[in-house]
Design a protein around this ligand. Sequence first.
Ligand code: FES
Length: 296
Amino acid sequence: MWDYSEKVLDLFYHPKNQGPMDPTPEPGIRVVTGDVGSITCGDALRLYLKVEEATERILAASFQTFGCTSAIASSSALTELITGLTLDQALKITNRDIADYLGGLPPAKMHCSVMGQEALEAAIYRYRGIPLPVHTDDDSALICSCFGISESKIRRLVRENHLTTVEEVTAYSKAGGGCGSCLADIEDLIATVLAEGGSERPSVAEPRDPVQVKTSAPLTTLQKIAHIQTVLEQQVRPLLIADGGDVELYDVDGDQVWLRLKGACTSCASSQDTLKLAIETRLREQVWPQLTVHAV
Ligand code: FES
């Protein structure tokens, strides 16, 4: 499992402001949503903002997410950070602010803070009825087809977070974390951005927490089955069912886990692969780090 800060664990076990928001509040108040990701591509976040129209102040924020421990904690942290701010003030919140609020995130989990920042921007731009900034559209070249990450998004992450390695780009965006065929392109793009020089924000400190996998006594197969069932029942199936899909545990043999995807999750081969990866990440974090998930 990852070495999370106490704040991350607290917000994971006791998330604040989780759940949908009533879309029809009183006069003078508007509720908008910002969506990032796709449930069939792994992580997904929907952020709700309740905004006082006269002042553009965020009166309340809430979230729904399909993601790992750090995605839930990052989303919860974001809602606490922005409540009470004006929209202009909220637009200045960075993914680094979210990570700092949590006492740091493991480097490989920084993409969760990026997802929060992007959902916030999406909600505010939707509120104002203007197109999203260029970094979120698809006009630039697609660098990583496995995770749908564009050149402009990678450029922005490299500039704003002072990234210098492919591994860092993967940690912040997931780009390169699938088939690996885009790794050379990412490396070239990093070199190009660094050669262009300049950055939009001050230099940031290194992430506080190194990635560590805790070792403990191996689980028995029965214990693994019980833990996997609990994670699936409590965290995965409710979200999939709400989206027309479902999953069931088919078999466990050592560290190999077979899952049967059902409903909408079976609609195409690629969605099965990405969904498998998302569930695998969650099971590795919460059950046993060596687990490998297969779809049957
Ligand atoms: S194209 Fe980027 S990991 Fe596959």
